[in-house]
Design a protein around this ligand. Structure first.
Ligand SMILES: *[C@@H]1O[C@H](CO)[C@@H](O)[C@H](O)[C@H]1NC(C)=O
Ligand SMILES: *[C@@H]1O[C@H](CO)[C@@H](O)[C@H](O)[C@H]1NC(C)=O
Ligand SMILES: *[C@@H]1O[C@H](CO)[C@@H](O)[C@H](O)[C@H]1NC(C)=O
Ligand SMILES: *[C@@H]1O[C@H](CO)[C@@H](O)[C@H](O)[C@H]1NC(C)=O
Length: 433
């Protein structure tokens, strides 16, 4: 029996080779130049894997690794201690995204935000050079704590992102989908950039979030669009990032469109903290609204300032879960300009008093970050933020009890901010108004 199938296999194989050769000579004899013959010969084997090279002419090894290789399948998450999770401690799933020149900022923000209970997706967009993306990937692959815990994932097939275009939201949804697939264990998704930095330790954050209703979504929003009605809701834009290999800014097309009547528009901060349940609702789309709104927002200027806000407020189950805040300290110039004021050492007190969990935006290695590290995070350069899980020498070089939290003064500041915000949410006075 075994011999028979072996024989059969051998026979099949030689038949395949012969027929391939026959077709080759047949094609060649039809006088179709050598090049196209090879082409059609190749296409005979269309079922073999082939990777589209982004740019055939540049064959630097680095490019090969970052651009061409398919992403490794998401590894199953392995926690060092498979003790049953104490349900009281939640877990966060972070997206940290950066662009060209953001390698060091991304790395520092990752170290400042790290906790073994959480999950992290890191993305440097297509504008950052392959060397930079490879450097980040190598650092993460070589880091023994990341290796041991396995909770940091780098998106190697980077996305092209147009600031203020729908490609930004597509990237955020991409990260959400990866996080949903990689782990069933997280409770909130948090969207950050390389220019953001935490003002509390992860122990503070995990501790304060243990005590709040797990259905709260933090989305800063309003329906009072004001000047945005004419400038954002009516114009139609196209984001070339959706179909082009090279980056160019969004452009406007005529005519303008009417304001929507099938749903109400909301706008607000592009920084959000979303529950897993809401993220599943948006990604899986068992209701059609998240999908149709995504299509509507494909032609909207500053998509990230409206998509999640409009989806959540137009879905009654989620509208009542919204806390109208983004938990960020952001300082706008008066009058506001396109970008917020870059924070420096003179903002330290206001930043801390705000009780916010995160602040933005910072320049790379600005002295104020050293102050935050020292006073608020107890983090030393190149090492992690201090936490109850930290053991080893230097501190945090090994993973101890991951369920041990040591909240500090940051937890109290955040707690009083959250108390105020969540009681507003419960009153419903500031939701979707
Ligand atoms: C490929 O790379 C070369 C050299 O870097 C560049 O001139 C060319 O425009 C690139 N082509 C594409 C399609 O990106
Ligand atoms: C997510 O985070 C990035 C920071 O890189 C931000 O620019 C973007 O607008 C955010 N929001 C959404 C909804 O994508
Ligand atoms: C949490 O909030 C949701 C939505 O507001 C509410 O339906 C639910 O009862 C709350 N759960 C608890 C335990 O308070
Ligand atoms: C902080 O404020 C002081 C005093 O007003 C000023 O001299 C200094 O330039 C400021 N520092 C920065 C980084 O803006």
């Amino acid at each position: 029996m075994g011999t028979f199938t072996n024989l059969e296999k051998k026979w099949l194989f030689s038949l395949m080779i012969t027929s391939a050769a026959c077709i080759f000579f047949l094609a060649a004899s039809f006088n179709v130049g050598l090049v196209s013959t090879i082409h059609s010969f190749n296409s005979l084997f269309f079922f073999l894997p082939s990777y589209q090279h982004a740019n055939q002419t540049s064959s630097v090894n680095v490019e090969a690794k970052v651009l061409i290789s398919p992403p490794p399948p998401p590894a199953p998450v392995s926690n060092p201690a498979p003790t049953p999770a104490r349900p009281a401690i939640p877990r966060f799933a972070y997206l940290i995204s950066g662009s060209k020149g953001d390698l060091e900022k991304t790395w520092r923000t990752l170290l400042a935000l790290y906790h073994p209970l959480n999950h992290y997706v890191i993305h440097l967009d297509l504008e950052s050079p392959p060397e930079e993306r490879l450097d980040l990937l190598t650092r993460i692959e070589k880091h023994h704590v990341f290796n041991e815990v396995g909770n940091v994932f780098v998106i190697t097939r980077s996305n092209l992102i147009t600031y203020r275009g729908p490609t930004m939201v597509a990237n955020t949804l991409h990260a959400c989908a990866i996080l949903l697939k990689r782990s069933k264990e997280w409770d909130w998704f948090i969207n950050l950039s390389a220019s953001d930095y935490p003002l509390v330790t992860q122990d503070d954050l995990l501790y304060t979030f243990s005590n709040i209703n797990r259905s709260f979504n933090f989305i800063d929003h309003t329906s009072r669009l004001g000047w945005k009605l004419a400038k954002r809701a009516q114009p139609i834009i196209i984001d070339p990032g959706l179909y082009s290999t090279t980056k160019s800014d969004v452009f406007w097309v005529e005519p303008k469109r009417d304001l929507p009547t099938a749903f109400k528009l909301f706008t607000g901060s592009a920084w959000v903290i979303l529950t897993r349940e809401f993220v599943e609702y948006v990604i899986w789309g068992w209701d059609n609204l998240p999908r149709t709104l995504l299509m509507y927002y494909a032609n909207f200027v500053s998509t990230p300032e409206g998509y999640f806000h409009t989806v959540a407020c137009n879905t009654p189950e989620y509208a009542k879960t919204i806390v109208n805040a983004d938990l960020h300290y952001i300082s706008w110039d008066v009058p506001p300009r396109q970008h917020p004021h870059i924070l420096n050492i003179n903002d330290t007190d206001k930043m801390i008093e705000s009780g916010a969990a995160f602040a933005r935006k910072f320049n790379q290695d600005d002295p104020v970050l050293d102050v935050i590290d020292k006073k608020l995070l107890h983090k030393r350069r190149g090492l992690f933020t201090m936490g109850g899980w930290c053991i080893g020498k230097p501190k945090c070089s090994s993973v101890g009890d991951i369920y041990k939290l040591k909240p500090g003064p940051g937890a109290q500041r955040l707690q009083s901010l959250l108390d105020r915000l969540t009681s507003n949410a419960k009153s419903g006075l500031y939701q979707c108004k």
